[in-house]
Design a protein around this ligand. Structure first.
Ligand code: PLP
Length: 375
């Protein structure tokens, strides 16, 4: 059983041993019976350390990413922080110049207080990555495709660079999911997810995860840190994300088909200055994306010739697509990133990011066409 469609349905999905229930029970217990000297009866002790619903999710995530072990967290940021904060003081790491704002904030505000420093680099430029390495660089953090510019990094090449330097490679695989890209198979050591997005799939659950290539010391330290600092996932949330896993490949296929068609339509529109979508042959790293991804995902961003005002007019004129942050749900979401990135926005003022949903593509195209007529 190695094909992802089959794994998604069956990994961690054995019928409940007690009742035969096909849908797994949600174990809400915070504490589990043990012997008089703390002997574990069924392997569990306290929900913050480990619990059966989370264990099923972690087994499924590890199988999907072809990893040895997974850890579920209460959000993507908790997972990201769970790994980055576990780096020893004095460590340096590299992260992508284009990335989710939360990572940039961690690197600029929080990690330096712990003696961990990060440098932003263009991950698509391998010479720039090599040049940015320092003796104390212990981790390269990739995010590919990146948020919100859909920049693509060559994971196999980055793994070689990291390992040649005695460093680790971690990859935020939120945009691609293991259905489209498996970083561990390309040489990465750790994969991170915001399971809030495509895994949950319905805009109704927060979660995060780390998946490790080996169940080694790095995994043990991250598990210990999660246990003690408490950034855990609630069992009901674990159950919802587990349910999302079962339909992930089927949803992704439809998402990708819609995204490609919308990207092509936008690229041909006279009001559009640029479309960022790795599935377009005009994307600067299309060849790398085609090599390492099974399809190109359902996130895209585009820039309007008419600047900030045109971008806001288009966002405001959409009737089907909803103005909201986040991604990976059934509904198409649009966001003017510069407006939500705080006082010093990273994104261009004329850029709109789109999470392409599961609507009929003709309805989506019609909605974007009428909105673009106001650009
Ligand atoms: N990584 C990426 C690529 C994201 O887009 C996000 C959220 O949008 C995160 C990490 C953070 O995840 P969460 O919102 O679940 O904490």
């Amino acid at each position: 059983m190695t094909r992802i469609e089959t794994l998604a349905v069956h990994a961690g999905a054995e019928p409940d041993r007690e009742t035969g229930a096909i849908s797994p029970p949600i174990h809400l217990a915070t504490t589990f019976q043990h012997g008089p000297a703390g002997e574990r009866v069924a392997g569990y002790e306290y929900q913050r350390e480990h619990n059966p619903t989370q264990a099923r999710l972690e087994e499924t995530l590890a199988a999907l990413e072809v990893g040895a072990a997974a850890l579920a967290f209460g959000s993507g940021m908790a997972a990201m922080n769970g790994l980055l904060e576990s780096l020893p003081a004095g460590t340096h790491f590299l992260y992508p110049r284009d990335c989710y704002t939360g990572l940039r904030t961690l690197a600029n505000e929080f990690l330096p207080e712990r003696g961990i420093t990060g440098s932003a680099v263009d991950m698509a430029d391998l010479d720039a990555v090599r040049a940015a390495l320092r003796p104390e660089t212990k981790l390269i953090w990739a995010e590919t495709p990146s948020n919100p510019l859909l920049e693509v990094a060559d994971l196999a090449a980055l793994a070689d660079i990291a390992h040649g330097h005695g460093a680790l490679l971690a990859c935020d695989n939120t945009f691609a999911t293991p259905v489209l890209q498996r970083p561990l198979a390309l040489g990465a050591d750790v994969v991170m997810h915001s399971t809030t997005k495509y895994f949950g799939g319905h805009s109704d659950v927060m979660g995060g995860a780390l998946v490790f290539a080996k169940a080694d010391d790095l995994h043990a330290r991250a598990a210990h840190r999660r246990h003690v600092t408490g950034g855990i996932l609630a069992p009901f949330s674990a159950w919802l994300i587990l349910r999302g896993c079962r339909s992930l490949p089927a949803r992704l296929a439809w998402h990708c088909r819609n995204a490609r068609a919308l990207a092509e339509m936008l690229a041909a529109h006279p009001a559009v200055e640029a479309v960022h979508y790795p599935g377009l042959v005009s994307h600067p790293n299309h060849a790398v994306a085609a090599r390492q991804m099974a399809d190109f995902g359902a996130m895209l961003s585009f820039q309007l010739k008419g600047g900030r005002e045109a971008a806001l007019r288009v966002a405001g004129a959409l009737q089907l697509a909803i103005n909201a942050t986040s991604l990976g749900g059934p509904e198409t979401l649009v966001e003017h990133r510069a407006s939500v990135e705080g006082r010093h926005p990273h994104s261009a003022q004329n850029l709109l990011r789109v999470s392409v949903g599961l609507e009929h593509i003709d309805d989506l195209r019609a909605d974007f066409a009428q909105a673009l007529s106001r650009a």
